[in-house]
Design a binder for this molecule. Structure first.
Ligand SMILES: Cc1cc2nc3c(=O)[nH]c(=O)nc-3n(C[C@H](O)[C@H](O)[C@H](O)COP(=O)(O)OP(=O)(O)OC[C@H]3O[C@@H](n4cnc5c(N)ncnc54)[C@H](O)[C@@H]3O)c2cc1C
Length: 348
């Protein structure tokens, strides 16, 4: 093995996004993961890249907006480099509104989006258009936003891995770390951080998801639907990712069970096109959630010449492009632009 400039532990979306950002700047990067790329939470099938509501602005929402706005160019470039399709498209999102109060709140948020989204995307209240891809909405109105995008998490992670190799990086299941080490080991990394700190720095939150194929309806360019906590995310290949459960207590992070059956049943009631959809895959993974719920980025508090990139929780793919850049700034240039609330100490 050739000598490298830095090492990334973990070949999920965050480790690979950091590795790609560093490799682009000329660093020779080694990624070590005993399970290979996309083995953890990043091997999933949902892929909603959705904004927080445009109100009560804070550094987390601002960071996420910047990440979502850079995503289109970012994933196009990963596709070009890797020759693989991450499945990205900015197809927008529909959300039903329960009653007049919800409509009024959504209209207020539309004004917030006009201010906060810099004219780059819209949040509008529209009349429900009807048809096979319209969710039931008691008010007859829907929120339609044009910022939300989709990608296929597993394909996107494998595309990142390929892009890294094209940039001269190496991915190995075992090997020795050299140079600065970036720990991007997902829920295992949070467990380890908790052990080092002697208190809980974060935990895993299991999620179960399914991939459906609508019968006789092509949803591939349709906006995703977010209704009653349920995401329905149409992918380029015509399948629709459905997610997810949120489980703090679990024995097997990779097992699916009756909770997923219930989710699929709810998804079939979401809109006519999904009523008879076939289940083509069932999947479960464990999201890394820090104690503060914010990402955990920065110098590793317990290790020399080491950094951490963890805590993607439910929006890891939405944040990944900017996480990569911010860590590359810090590790390679010594430029620190990490939001205060994202520092490891915020969860310790
Ligand atoms: C059901 C579900 C639905 C989701 N839906 C969405 C969504 O719609 N949109 C969105 O943006 N996000 C979503 N997420 C969240 C997203 O998947 C995660 O935030 C993201 O994948 C985290 O990436 P990661 O690289 O930090 O962790 P992981 O992908 O878990 O990667 C960590 C890697 O570290 C490796 N590792 C562990 N220990 C070591 C070690 N000691 N040395 C080396 N390597 C090690 C593991 O093998 C693993 O490959 C969802 C997650 C789940 C579970």
């Amino acid at each position: 093995m050739a000598s490298v400039d830095l090492t990334v532990m973990g070949a999920g979306a965050w480790g690979l996004a950091v590795a790609v950002a560093c490799a682009r700047r000329g660093a020779h990067v080694r990624v070590i993961d005993p399970h290979g790329p996309a083995a953890g939470a990043s091997g999933g099938i949902v892929g909603a890249l959705a904004p927080h509501v445009p109100e009560q602005w804070n550094e987390k929402k601002a960071f996420q907006l910047e990440a979502l706005l850079m995503a289109e160019d970012y994933w196009a470039d990963i596709a070009r480099l890797s020759g693989a399709d991450p499945g990205y498209a900015r197809t927008g999102r529909l959300q039903p509104l329960a009653d007049a109060a919800a409509v009024a709140r959504a209209e207020e948020r539309a004004r917030g989006a006009d201010d906060l989204w810099q004219g780059r995307a819209e949040w509008r209240v529209i009349a429900a258009p009807g048809g096979d891809w319209t969710p039931a909405s008691p008010s007859g109105r829907l929120v339609h936003d044009t910022l939300t995008a989709r990608l296929h998490p597993r394909h996107a992670t494998l595309a990142l891995a390929r892009a890294l190799e094209v940039l001269g990086g190496e991915i190995t299941r075992e090997g020795l770390p050299e140079g600065p080490v970036i720990w991007a080991t997902g829920v295992a990394g949070l467990d380890e951080m908790s052990a080092l700190a002697g208190k809980a720095a974060g935990t895993g939150v299991k999620g179960q998801a399914a991939l459906l194929r609508p019968r006789g309806f092509d949803a591939s360019d349709a906006p995703q639907i977010f209704a009653d906590g349920l995401h329905a995310v149409p992918h380029a290949d015509g399948t629709v990712g459905i997610g997810s459960t949120s489980e703090r207590d679990y024995d097997d992070g990779a097992a699916t069970d009756a909770q997923l059956d219930a989710l699929v049943a709810r998804a079939r009631g979401l809109c006519p096109a999904l009523a008879e959809a076939e289940v083509v895959e069932r999947w479960a993974g464990v999201r890394p959630r820090t104690r503060s719920r914010a990402p955990m980025l920065g110098p590793h508090p317990f290790r020399e010449n080491a950094f951490i990139a963890n805590g993607g929780f439910k929006i890891g793919f939405g944040l990944a492009p900017l996480v990569g850049e911010v860590l590359a700034d810090l590790v390679l240039e010594g430029t620190d632009r990490i939001p205060e609330g994202f520092r490891p100490e915020a969860s310790l």
